[in-house]
Design a protein around this ligand. Structure first.
Ligand code: ADQ
Length: 472
């Protein structure tokens, strides 16, 4: 039987109900077929990494690999999170390129390739995820692996002017040409990739969507990731009336809840978001006793200095707003640095009048989709959504804002707080209709259908991608 082999930096354990979007989406793709999930174990070693550890859970086999500490630091903290993450989110000035980190990044990708090649069968379909593992396909090909190889990038693909600031941009893009299929989140990312191919690599894009450059070709398309819309809606109904979500609702005393849920990351626009709340309260005193903001920001990548800095900035903003506008019986901002079970978060969303999703740049942003799916269709909340989140390409009836414009975001908050029921329903219904069709199952099914078709024959695959791309 053909197996699906998923590869990502981390492999989620079966036990955690608070895992993030990538893990939840991958788990959906693994459903109901024989599959392996290969990735870093979470452990670093001082000497040579030992053998791959195997854990079997029904039809899923997890293969877990340790990495040497010095390689891990360069690969993960260094190149992935201090070079690729900022650069691909357009934060060129935060990218700290150095050759040693690039070398460690390639070494770890080579290690993944060597260990993975040893367990692959010729019929396995291999689906590699995200920016940590861009060169893995090329490393596998060097070892003679002829399997179907697909790659999906969860974060934005930057335009060529930004990408070329990376000294090793060509090696990185060239590596993408070892895959059979490369998937991006949105049409914008796909366009940015095509622009690089044409302008920087002197290549071309043929009518069937294949990119040709470096004497090779690869199929490229976009597959917007999504949520399990029905499951999210059902969880939200169940959790909204119980436990901590019910206590949250009861604590509001009639005030409207504004919610933000993010990893604590400088791409998520958290400082400007709190600045917009501050501006709203300053310029529209009528809202001071009528709303409360709940910002949940779970700590992330705390070894990277920029993350420590943003945490300090947010502490100070939350304190400042509460010091300025708080009253003995109420504080405007509740700011929590912790994780919750996902179904609890869905209950929180359902209790909220406004969801604020205002990243400065984001591949997709699943919180936006979870917020919409969690609403009561009879009395839905309003989504305020950054134009720079991939989700804005689909959720067009959200209140779309430029997160760099604090006044505009404050205006959108004002409008959302006063929005009549009829308008809220119309906007929500249009977004929900989109998410009911384009859920996480549509995402993984269309990617795998395309990959399996391309691997067999690139001609047979054409209609699938154009069909998928056509609904935008
Ligand atoms: P992230 O940057 O992690 O993902 P996002 O898409 O919003 O961003 O996913 C976050 C997930 O984590 C959501 O499912 C959310 O519910 C969950 N989460 C957030 N805070 C939490 C908390 N405090 N407790 C528990 N769960 C929490 C990357 C890209 C995105 C892309 C995804 C998937 O940066 O652009 O949408 O991958 O491709």
């Amino acid at each position: 039987m053909e197996r699906l082999v998923i590869v990502s930096n981390r492999v989620a354990s079966s036990l955690r109900a608070d895992e993030g979007g990538l893990a939840t989406a991958i788990r959906a793709a693994l459903h109901r077929r024989e599959a392996m999930w290969f990735g870093w174990s979470g452990a670093v070693t001082e000497g040579d990494p030992g053998p791959v550890r195997t854990e079997v859970e029904g039809a899923l086999t997890r293969l877990l690999l340790d990495v040497r500490r010095e390689d891990f630091d360069g690969y993960y903290l260094g190149f992935s999170n201090r070079v690729l993450w900022p650069l691909f989110h357009y934060r060129v000035n935060l990218a700290e390129y150095d050759r040693d980190a690039w070398a460690a990044y390639r070494r770890v990708n080579d290690l993944f390739a060597e260990r993975l090649a040893a367990v692959l069968s010729p019929d396995d379909t291999v689906w590699i995820h995200d920016y940590h593992l861009i060169p893995l396909g090329a490393a596998l090909r060097r070892l003679g692996v002829g399997n179907r190889l697909g790659f999906f990038l969860h974060i934005p693909f930057p335009g060529p002017d930004v990408l070329t600031t990376l000294p090793v941009h060509e090696a990185l893009v060239r590596a993408l040409f070892s895959y059979d299929l490369v998937g991006f989140q949105t049409d914008r990312d796909l366009q940015a990739f095509a622009d690089y191919v044409v302008r920087e690599a002197d290549g071309l894009i043929s009518a069937d969507g294949a990119a040709h450059a470096f004497g090779q070709q690869v199929q490229a398309a976009y597959f917007p990731i999504s949520v399990d819309t029905r499951a999210v809606a059902a969880h939200a109904v169940r959790t909204a009336g119980t436990g901590v979500a019910a206590r949250l609702r009861n604590s509001l005393s009639g005030r409207k809840l504004i919610i933000g849920v993010d990893r604590l990351d400088y791409t998520k626009g958290l400082v400007r978001r709190l600045a917009a709340i501050d501006r709203l309260l300053e310029t529209r005193p009528q809202h001071r006793r009528a709303m409360v903001m709940l910002q949940i920001a779970s700590p992330s990548r705390e070894d990277v200095p920029e993350y420590q800095q943003i945490r300090a900035e947010l502490d100070s903003w939350a304190g400042r707003i509460n010091g300025r506008f708080g009253e003995p019986d109420m504080i405007p901002v509740r700011y929590l640095n912790r994780r919750f079970r996902q179904d609890t978060l869905f209950g929180f969303y359902r209790a909220s009048r406004i969801g604020m999703v205002t990243p400065l740049r984001d591949g997709m942003n699943l919180v936006a989709k979870e917020f919409v799916a969690s609403q009561d269709t009879e009395d839905p909340g309003v989504l305020i959504l950054s134009r720079f989140a991939g989700a804005a390409r689909e959720l067009e009836t959200a209140l779309i804002v430029n997160p760099f414009d604090v006044d505009q975001v404050a205006d959108a908050l004002d409008r959302a707080l006063a929005m009549p029921l009829e308008e809220r329903r119309e906007r929500h219904a249009a977004m929900m209709a989109q998410l009911e069709v384009h859920d996480v199952h549509a995402w993984w099914t269309s990617f795998l259908r395309a990959l399996e078709a391309f691997g067999a024959s690139s001609v047979a695959a054409r209609p699938i991608v154009s069909e998928y791309a056509a609904w935008h």
